[in-house]
Design a protein. Sequence first.
Length: 115
Amino acid sequence: QVQLVESGGGLVQPGRSLRLSCVSSITGFAVYTVGWYRQTPGGQRELVAVVHRNGTTDYGESAKGRFIVSRDNTKRTVYLEMDILTPSDTAVYFCNALYFSLSYWGQGTQVTVAS
């Protein structure tokens, strides 16, 4: 059974940084597009950032210039470095791995930005 396990969430003050990690059990991890989405209560799940198998990246508008997504295929792990956090970044952050019709999700990790 495929597993994606996120970690690194928590409570952080505005302006500070946080790093999320997502470790997967996926065989063939390197061919997947992997990354992060987030969701607020009552809101839709939205793209934060993904990194493709060739290393190129895509970012949601809210993440551009502040967040960096990266991957380590040897560790089957995807990271999200988040800087200059604001209260609007408060959400549950989900890890995703996508390969054609195969799509796997983690259970999510809560990020709360508040003073």
